[in-house]
Write a new protein. Structure first.
Ligand code: URA
Ligand code: SF4
Length: 212
């Protein structure tokens, strides 16, 4: 894929990005999705939470984490003491990847490939540059691959406070942390949901404590 780079306007704000992302043709995912979904929250957010990609509801409504995983994430943030107004939520990939099958033509989520993650990364790094958060919560494997590289493993790195080097061309004065954790959808799929939820909250508390 060509990648999103040439579709990202220079020197714009989050609203400018939100408009521009609708015209992105950086990979093939714009073709079947309803719309692109940028993050939501303010540029003053101290915590950014990065998920995978919009789901079915997010694709229809045009906002991240508004479906079942989003409701669970909202509860976990509240339990961890992170205020919604302090948090900006976004995704590694801005268009919904799915397969349509069955008689009802239900849209089945498909995990984005490394090529989609890499193509879409300029939108994410630009959001992060504008917001310049103290903590970036990495929700699951896709966000981990986007931000921490191909060797990232959630099970090994979750709940850790990882110093964050500057992103790409970001100035070297940047400091802050990554806190990886499981994706809220993994909690919904877990055999023991209560334990998985408690684990997510406990990792989010690490992020909350890192805020000064
Ligand atoms: N899962 C994600 O990773 N992001 C969303 O916005 C919704 C579900
Ligand atoms: Fe552009 Fe990302 Fe959508 Fe691909 S998924 S078309 S790179 S916004």
């Amino acid at each position: 894929f060509e990648g999103a780079e040439r579709y990202v306007p220079a020197g714009t704000d989050l609203d400018g990005l939100r408009r521009a992302v609708q015209d992105c043709r950086g990979c093939d995912l714009y073709e079947n999705a309803t719309q692109a979904v940028l993050g939501s929250g303010t540029a003053a957010a101290r915590v950014v939470l990065v998920g995978e990609q919009p789901g079915d509801q997010e694709d229809r409504q045009g906002a991240p984490f508004v479906g079942p995983a989003g409701r669970l994430l909202d509860r976990a943030l509240a339990d961890a003491g992170i205020e919604r107004g302090d948090a900006y939520v976004t995704n590694s990939v801005k268009h919904f990847r799915f397969q349509q099958s069955g008689p009802g033509k239900r849209r089945i989520h498909q995990t984005p490939d490394a090529a989609h993650i890499s193509a879409c990364r300029p939108w994410l790094t630009t959001e992060l540059r504008i917001i310049d958060p103290e903590v970036i919560v990495v929700l699951g494997a896709t966000a981990g691959k986007a931000l921490l590289g191909p060797s990232f493993r959630v099970t090994k790195q979750r709940g850790q406070l990882i110093p964050r080097p500057p992103l790409d061309d970001e100035s070297a004065t940047q400091n802050g942390f990554y806190v990886p954790t499981i994706h809220p959808s993994a909690v919904l799929r877990a055999d023991d949901r209560d334990a998985a939820f408690a684990g997510l909250v406990s990792d989010l508390k690490v992020a909350a404590q890192a805020l000064h």
